[in-house]
Design a protein around this ligand. Structure first.
Ligand SMILES: NC(=O)c1ccc[n+]([C@@H]2O[C@H](COP(=O)([O-])OP(=O)(O)OC[C@H]3O[C@@H](n4cnc5c(N)ncnc54)[C@H](OP(=O)(O)O)[C@@H]3O)[C@@H](O)[C@H]2O)c1
Length: 249
């Protein structure tokens, strides 16, 4: 499936060595190494899996350094294209707290040439501002989709700053997005609901990059084709109403 993705023009893959752990990176390496020149592999550090499969914060200098080395070894590269620091004050969503210490460790690994670019994941606007005082931040990866729009304002601010925004769980993850509007719009366009959900994200803002997860070649093809789907204004307006009014309204 990874080879099919690259053959279809996908040049951005999201991973982490803590997925598995190790297995996801091992599969990427086995399928794609040596990597095409234009392929950007984005990984993330900041968590460790427990023996009970729990997700635990891992922000000591030792944890962060070994996480970078695990990614280098298992992906089979000398430097990582982009490393997201995945913040864990609250595992399930952004929560305030200083990110200065762990980000300084990652910035040092960047100075050593092990990391090309730095991003942040599961963060607030304040943490991004703090992060920018420590290292250039090229991308932000937070949860966002048609039904989960807490980051609307943040996305616009990042677009104005030229920073990429990468919504995770773009299709709803384990609870796939479902809405009658989504289904009806998809039927009207001869597309699938998931294609419409992805096309909506692409039209939502020019700084959005997509990382839909799939284990199916059929879904991969469908998802790649969503980039060609153009949503009329009335469909956009209806899709915009799925999440309800903005929190401040
Ligand atoms: N930074 C973070 O904290 C964080 C957290 C979670 C996820 N992520 C990242 O976000 C990315 C995507 O997240 P995700 O995979 O959890 O959620 P997702 O992309 O929202 O959803 C994936 C689910 O959608 C299904 N799917 C995909 N394409 C489909 C299609 N065309 N039609 C119907 N179903 C479809 C998949 O099933 P099939 O396998 O059957 O296609 C899978 O069950 C991953 O790269 C992951 O690394 C990051």
């Amino acid at each position: 499936m990874l080879r099919e993705a690259v053959a279809r023009g996908v040049n951005h893959i999201d991973t982490s060595d803590f997925y598995g752990p190790h297995v996801t990176n091992e599969i990427i390496r086995e399928a794609l190494h040596p990597y095409p020149d234009d392929l950007v592999i984005v990984t993330k550090i900041g968590a460790k899996r427990g023996a009970d499969a729990s997700w635990n914060p891992a922000f000591s200098t030792e944890d962060l350094t070994s996480a970078v080395h695990d990614n280098l070894r298992n992906l089979g590269v000398d430097a990582l294209d982009v490393v997201n620091l995945r913040i864990m004050f609250d595992v399930h969503g952004p929560a305030e707290g200083s990110i200065a210490e762990p980000l300084a460790v990652l910035a040092e690994l960047q100075r050593q040439g092990l990391v090309r670019r730095i991003g942040l994941s599961n963060v607030t606007a304040r943490q991004i501002a703090e992060g920018r005082t420590i290292a250039p931040i090229v991308c932000v990866q937070n949860q966002y989709n048609l039904a989960h729009r807490a980051d609307d304002g943040l996305i616009d601010a990042l677009a104005a700053a030229g920073t990429a925004y990468v919504p995770f769980i773009p299709l709803g993850g384990f609870s796939p997005l479902q809405s009658s509007a989504l289904t009806e719009i998809a039927e009207g366009l001869g597309a699938t609901p998931m294609q419409v959900a992805l096309a909506w994200l692409l039209r939502r803002s020019p700084n959005i990059l997509l990382i839909p997860g799939t284990s199916s070649v059929g879904h991969l093809r469908e998802n790649v084709a969503a980039a060609q789907l153009s949503l009329p204004d009335d469909a956009m307006a209806r899709l915009d109403r799925i999440a309800g009014p903005p929190a401040s309204a």
